[in-house]
Design a protein around this ligand. Structure first.
Ligand SMILES: [Zn+2]
Length: 236
């Protein structure tokens, strides 16, 4: 007879792995509808920037503008309140704006009310300060939890993850570029950061340098760089 212990242990381990994937997996939609890549039919991809705005966000805007490409920014509500002119500048430059929560909370084990309040506060602040009502919600740390599905539905937000994340808060610029260019593919959603959570005056030099090198590289590879909405719902 097989001891029940290994079975129980295996089952627990399996359950824990499934839960970890449900919470953090880029393709998980367990806690709400979520997209992690666009269609593969077109040679297009989306650059996205989380955690802004920060004092150096304009340097990223300059690079994107020099190449005439649009991106999608997922600012934190608290950063938008701290730097409203920069949040507005992002919108005025023609980039898409999503919702990345107000205080960039880690949502696992938080209450449904907490999650809904943080998401709604960010949505309100972004609307007030930029005039844009986000359509996409990127969960802070990519961590989804109970209550997100309902909160997203109430705010008419679609969850979005990424196809490739840059680790630009950790790696050197060359490594970020190599990683992203090497994994770029039709319909990919690339995730970088124009801020560092809620830090004031964060050093985003690595991200800026990576973007400076990556954008021309991707364009040379024949990719169109589009906003998330355009990538996922092309109108032409
Ligand atoms: Zn973030």
């Amino acid at each position: 007879m097989i001891s029940p212990l290994p079975i129980a242990g295996g089952s627990v381990a399996c359950g824990a792995a499934a839960m970890a994937w449900a919470v953090r997996g880029r393709s998980s939609a367990v806690f709400g509808p979520s997209v992690w890549r666009g269609p593969r039919a077109r040679r297009a991809l989306a650059l996205t920037f989380d955690d802004g705005p920060s004092e150096d966000t304009p340097r990223i805007l300059d690079i994107l503008s020099a190449h005439g490409v649009a991106a999608t920014f997922f600012p934190c509500g608290a950063n938008v309140e701290r730097l409203p002119e920069l949040a507005r500048a992002v919108a005025l430059a023609g980039h898409e704006i999503g919702n990345h929560g107000y205080n960039h909370p880690l949502c696992c084990f938080r209450s449904r009310e907490f999650i809904a309040a943080d998401m709604e506060r960010a949505q309100q602040v972004i609307l007030e300060r930029t005039g844009v009502r986000p359509a996409w919600y990127r969960a802070p740390y990519g961590v989804r939890w109970f209550g997100m599905r309902r909160a997203q539905r109430q705010l008419n937000l679609q969850g979005i993850m990424w196809t490739v994340i840059g680790y630009d808060w950790n790696l050197r610029a060359e490594a970020v570029v190599e990683r992203m260019a090497g994994r770029a593919s039709n319909g990919a959603i690339l995730c970088l950061h124009d801020g560092r959570e809620l830090r004031t005056r964060p050093d985003i030099g690595t991200t800026i340098e990576a973007v400076r090198r990556l954008v021309p590289l991707l364009l040379d590879q024949g990719y169109k760089l589009e906003t998330v909405s355009r990538l996922l719902c092309p109108t032409t």
